[in-house]
Design a protein around this ligand. Structure first.
Ligand code: BTN
Length: 256
């Protein structure tokens, strides 16, 4: 029997591991444009990235060999372009469920798709969508999770790793396979049409949901309460008894 720790049907079944690459997202993108089609669920995992990319043009730093840095290829033709944020939900929930087993209820999803433990960032997700003639052709889902790294540069902000929380080393492949299985399960739920169920679970896992907190928008600091996430992904914050909607670039969470 083949030794395969990936329990799902397709996510992670075609696993390519690389020692060093610029960025697994970029590598997968180039592979798609240069070679024959790849099976859905292909995963590119790197031991080390020298030009890891984060959201909003940020860099993603990760100590070689210590953490998970990988990209998954999905071809969700069944998801209308307007509903593409549901893919963010699927992926964040998949990562969340895999890590919740280790970390319990201090784990949250910070909108739109950061993985948080208490007030610190354990991981991030970068989804790059390729749309052709009004349909989603494929998405490249890049996931970076701090697993066994023990120290972070001051520039890494509020980063934290699984090891810093639980004081143990973890096998990267095992956690990768767990994440793939959970993402696949949520993805298949979406494919079966259970969009509202996925949206409900996502909301229930949200960092700062229904709590009075500080935010910044347009250089103004205000106290508000996260009440919802619109179907298409906008964050709904209550401010002075009014509901306002924000895109990622329009709002900043303030820890003070
Ligand atoms: C963020 O929080 O800003 C998103 C970080 C995403 C990092 C991952 S690591 C694997 C994949 N390759 C990249 O270059 N970025 C993503």
């Amino acid at each position: 029997m083949q030794n395969n720790i990936f329990s799902g049907l397709f996510v992670g079944q075609n696993l390519v591991t690389i020692k060093e690459v610029d960025s697994t997202n970029t590598f997968l993108k180039n592979l798609l444009s240069n070679s024959k089609p790849l099976p859905e669920g292909t995963v590119i995992m790197a031991e080390s990235q020298y030009a890891g990319r984060g959201q909003q043009q940020n860099k993603w730093h990760s100590e070689p060999g210590k953490n998970l840095t990988f990209s998954i290829l999905l071809t969700p033709g069944f998801v209308p372009v307007i509903s593409q944020f549901d893919l963010n939900r699927v992926v964040s929930l998949g990562v969340f469920d895999a890590l919740e087993v280790y970390l319990g209820d201090k784990l949250k999803i910070k909108w739109p798709n950061d993985i948080y433990y208490e007030d610190r960032k354990l991981g991030g997700i970068l989804i790059e969508t390729n749309i052709l003639s009004g349909h989603i052709k494929h998405v490249i889902i890049g996931i970076g999770l701090n697993i066994n790294q023990e120290n972070f540069d001051a520039g890494a902000g509020n980063a934290i790793s699984l090891k810093q929380i639980l004081h143990k080393d973890y096998d990267l492949r095992t956690i990768l396979s767990e994440i793939c299985a959970h993402i696949e399960a949520y993805y298949l739920s979406l494919k079966a049409g259970r969009f509202s169920a996925v949206r409900e679970v996502y909301l229930s896992r949200l960092y700062w949901l229904n709590q009075q907190k500080y935010f910044r928008s347009n250089d103004q600091v205000f106290e508000g309460i996260i009440r919802n996430v619109k179907d298409e992904g906008l964050l709904v914050v209550e401010n002075n008894n009014e509901l306002q909607e924000f895109s990622l670039k329009q709002i900043e969470f303030l820890n003070k």
